[in-house]
Structure formats: structure tokens, C-alpha cells
Design a protein around this ligand. Structure first.
Ligand code: NAD
Length: 316
């Protein structure tokens, strides 16, 4: 199978590339390298063509699909910061809504059979009254980023109904793991780790008792392999189903790094969600996926990567 992964040079995308190559698929990446890097694809670029293209440029996206002719497109390229979306909603929508439409249009124009969309369980539900939140709960996003992700989902369903391709929508929890950069609030593990390794105090917004659902990127990649098969149609949360407060996460990271630094405190931001814990029953029942890596375990390779990156930056 030939699969094109947009955003494939980014944190999650590069893990998906690795897993799909390992599973024997032909893989290409479309990425403008705005936050992704070639270094994330080290050891893969001899086998994985990288099209340096901005999804806001519809002609360039269509030309890429015309050249590569993928059977499956996995759409992960995005503006990923909730805060940036609140500061500049137009810019967010240009990438996350119009860019997504360019990708969808190119898929239809070039006979793509199946699409995977990276959506966001942490933002599309807003502050759901039902916790853990199952997929049936209607979206009620609090941020422009969440609204853009919901719009992307709706366009995908519309294109699926009208154009004969199938689509899997994956609503990720807070994904963490090696290669995550400390931009965008989803990267809270990387943000805390970078600060603590530098001997600085990270800042915790609100009272730190807001609970999030942390899922290791290897678990996400296993779910993606199952969802990226033509004919697999549905919307699934990809998460741990377990809520962890930001304070508890901080303690776990500081404990594993062996440091004691008192965090700074800052007020709540209007787009902050109090509780985001996602039900994962549907993904287990439909595709046989369950999360395998508990947070304490997943932090080990993540923090080892953060430490190695920190030490390399000191040596440079
Ligand atoms: P990331 O920033 O590492 O990856 C995004 C990639 O998209 C980068 O490689 C970047 O260069 C590329 N990109 C950005 N704008 C582009 C554009 N205009 N044209 C082409 N490429 C562009 O972030 P990530 O955490 O790996 O996120 C990947 C996807 O998963 C995104 O769609 C994000 O919204 C979604 N998601 C992430 C999380 C999380 O916890 N990290 C949670 C929910 C959803």
C-alpha cells in the first residue's frame, strides 16, 4: 500500500512513518517543515520521499498527489497550538480548515481510496459533562483550534458521503513521547522536561488540578496502523481512558528526573478545558486496540530522549 502522511516530519507523523515503513508499506511525507524536521526522519529519507509543500497551497498539494498517487492519505499537518489559534483564528483556519480542504480536494481528484484525519479529543468535546467521554457526545469546542478540528471532521464525512472514499477520524488525547517539541500546550511533558532539565521552574496554569488523558505515541501509531486501511470507516478516540492532573504529571516528571523545583503558577486561560478523559471502548470493540503503555512507563523513553536532546544542545 502507498500512503502519504501530511505532517509526517512532525512529532506524531514521524512515528507513523516509522511504523508504516516497518509494516512494509511504501510511505511518502508532505510537510512544509514549519515545526517538523528532516532530523525526525533520520534513517528513513532514503526510502521515504519528502515533498516540502504547504497545505495552504492547493496547487502544490494536488501536484504532490498527482506525482505520488497514494492509495491512502493520512492528514496530520496542522497548526497545533490552542493558544496560537486563540491569538490568530484566521491563521489557524487557513491551515487547519482551508489546508484540510485542499488535502481533501486533492484526494478526490487523484482517486485516493482512504483517508485518516488527525482530530483532537482533548479539544473537540470541550468540557464534556460525561467523563470518560465517548464518541457519541456532541462536539462543543472552546477554542478556535477545536472548532477547526471539528470542521475538518465534518468536511471529511461530507467528502466520504459524496466521493466514495472511506475515512477514519482519530481523536487523539494528549499525545507524548520522544521527538515531541515544547511548542503548543499538547507538548506539556516536553515543556516541563525541558525546563526542569535546564534547572528552571515550569509554569502551571490554573490550579493544576485540570485532568488530561495522556497517551504514548507508540500506542497512537498502533491505532493508526489499524485505521489506515481502506474500508475502515469511523470516528475513534485514541487515548488511555485515564485522567491525570497536571500537578500529578509534574510530580511524576520531576520524580523521574530526580529534581525538586517548585513550579510557577499562572491563571487559567479562557480556552482551557477542566477535564479531558476519553472513553476508548469503541476502538477496542471495533479494531481490537487497547492502550499498552501506562504513563509512568511511557515517561521513561520520553524523558531519556528529552535528556539526550538537552545534553546535545549543551555540547553544541
Ligand atoms: P507537530 O507540530 O510535530 O506536527 C505537525 C506537522 O505539520 C509538522 O511537521 C509541521 O511542519 C507540519 N505543518 C504545519 N503546518 C503545515 C502546513 N501549512 N503545510 C504543511 N505542513 C505543515 O505536531 P503533532 O503533535 O505531531 O501533531 C500532529 C497532528 O496531530 C496535528 O494534526 C495535531 O492537530 C494532531 N493532534 C496532536 C495532539 C498531540 O497531543 N500532540 C493531540 C490531538 C491532535
Amino acid at each position: 500500500m502507498r500512503i502519504l502522511i501530511t505532517g509526517g516530519a512532525g512529532f506524531i507523523g514521524s512515528h507513523l512513518v516509522e511504523h508504516h515503513v516497518r509494516a512494509g508499506h511504501q510511505v511518502a511525507v508532505l510537510d512544509d517543515l514549519s515545526s517538523g524536521t528532516r532530523a525526525n526522519l533520520t534513517g528513513l529519507l532514503d526510502r521515504v520521499p519528502l515533498f516540502q509543500v504547504d497545505i495552504r497551497d492547493g496547487d502544490a498539494v494536488r501536484a504532490t498527489l498527482a506525482a505520488y498517487r497514494p492509495h491512502v492519505v493520512s492528514h496530520h499537518a496542522a497548526q497545533v497550538s490552542v493558544r496560537a489559534s486563540a491569538d490568530d483564528p484566521v491563521r489557524d483556519a487557513e491551515t487547519n480548515v482551508l489546508g484540510t480542504l485542499h488535502v481533501l480536494g486533492a484526494c478526490v481528484a487523484h482517486g485516493v481510496r482512504h483517508l485518516v484525519l488527525a482530530s483532537s479529543g482533548g479539544t473537540v468535546y470541550g468540557d464534556s459533562p460525561q467523563v470518560p467521554t465517548p464518541e457519541e457526545v456532541p462536539p462543543a469546542p472552546l477554542s478556535p483550534y477545536g472548532i477547526g478540528k471539528e470542521a475538518g471532521e465534518r468536511y471529511v464525512r461530507c467528502f466520504e458521503a459524496s466521493h466514495g472514499l472511506t475515512a477514519a477520524i482519530l481523536r487523539y488525547g494528549n499525545v507524548y513521547g520522544p521527538r515531541q517539541q515544547p511548542h503548543g500546550e499538547a507538548g506539556v511533558v516536553a515543556i516541563f522536561a525541558r525546563k526542569l532539565l535546564a534547572g528552571e521552574a515550569p509554569t502551571i496554569q490554573w490550579d493544576g488540578e485540570q485532568r488530561k488523558d495522556f497517551i504514548h505515541v507508540e500506542d497512537v501509531a498502533r491505532a493508526h496502523l489499524l485505521a489506515a486501511r481502506p474500508g475502515v470507516s469511523g470516528t475513534w478516540n485514541v487515548a488511555s481512558g485515564v485522567g491525570t492532573s497536571v500537578n500529578a504529571l509534574y510530580q511524576a516528571i520531576a520524580g523521574q528526573l530526580g529534581v525538586t523545583i517548585r513550579p510557577g503558577r499562572a491563571p487559567r486561560r479562557p480556552t482551557d478545558v477542566r477535564t479531558s478523559v476519553l472513553a476508548v471502548t469503541r476502538l477496542r470493540e471495533d479494531l481490537g486496540w487497547t492502550p499498552q503503555i501506562p504513563l509512568e512507563l511511557g515517561l521513561i523513553d520520553t524523558l531519556a530522549w528529552c535528556r539526550a536532546t538537552h545534553e546535545a544542545s549543551l555540547a553544541a
